[in-house]
Design a protein around this ligand. Structure first.
Ligand SMILES: N[C@@H](CCC(=O)N[C@@H](CS)C(=O)NCC(=O)O)C(=O)O
Length: 255
């Protein structure tokens, strides 16, 4: 696929970890793009114009990519391939299977658990959700925040019990990653950084608070004490250390 002359546009919500997955991929392959961040609800107006729903959405020339995985695949292909997905078919299938597993299992559960801890922190959440968005949207959000938080709670079915179950699912995925890394390998598949590593780290970010995360988030010392303690426990696992290392070494996040 040829590189399009027009710069790509990445539609995001600034705090979204799936948006960080897409952003990281674009940065990694050095595909020029402009980010267009929106607050919740307004994001649907922006993505809907391109036939999408959730963020991220990438608009690149005539192409519309309405899912983070499609964006990563496009970024790799348009920049020559073999950057985030190995050319070797068996390795590529392994990368794709892990990416799908993290998309389906890790991302939703880190999000639900993190929101459950942070919903009471209205001011911090509003700050994160407003970073870089149009001024009008930021002012509307300051009024609509209670509605937005209620919608998040009901859409994601957040209760103390579901949050606890999500945390267990996160630990489950971390254990799977620990087992994979137990032979001393540096990356999940093959000898180099791939979309599997990128997806694991980006979607684990809400529970690791890594330096280098470009998604808008609070600092760990601003988080409620119970959340902080759990984050420190998760950081102190093989998978947790791996996620932090990926941000430090592959995302320029060394602190
Ligand atoms: N499968 C999608 C999931 C993306 C997703 O869940 N995005 C969330 C933000 S982290 C979102 O936009 N939620 C609001 C909505 O669906 O309108 C992807 O990989 O891009």
């Amino acid at each position: 696929m040829a590189r399009s002359a027009s710069p790509a546009v990445l539609i995001t919500m600034p705090h979204s970890h799936y948006a960080e997955k897409a952003r990281w991929a674009l940065d990694r392959v050095a595909l020029p793009y402009r980010e267009e961040p929106h607050v919740p609800l307004f994001h649907r107006l922006a993505t809907g114009r391109h036939g999408g729903g959730s963020v991220p959405v990438l608009v690149h020339g005539a192409g519309r990519f309405v899912d983070s995985t499609d964006i990563v695949v496009h970024a790799d292909a348009v920049c020559g391939g073999d950057l985030l997905y190995p050319r070797e078919p068996a390795l590529r299938r392994e990368v794709e299977a892990l990416e799908a597993r993290f998309d389906d299992e890790l991302g939703p559960h880190t999000r639900r658990w993190a929101y459950a801890q942070l919903l009471p922190e209205t001011r911090l959440l509003r700050q994160a959700m407003s970073r870089g968005v149009p001024r009008l949207e930021a002012s509307v959000l300051s009024v609509m925040m209670p509605v937005v938080l209620n919608l998040i709670r009901s859409r994601l079915r957040i209760t103390p019990e579901s949050a606890q179950r999500s945390l267990e699912r996160v630990h489950g995925i971390f254990r799977e990653v620990d087992e994979r890394l137990a032979d001393g390998r540096r990356y999940l598949v093959g000898e180099r950084f791939t979309a599997a590593d990128l997806t694991f780290a980006a979607l684990a970010a809400p529970v690791l608070f890594p330096a280098g995360n470009r998604a808008a988030y609070l600092a760990l010392d601003e988080a409620p004490a119970g959340m902080r303690e759990e984050v420190l426990r998760l950081r102190d696992t093989g998978a947790g250390r791996f996620g932090l290392r990926l941000f430090a070494q592959e995302r320029g996040g060394a602190s």
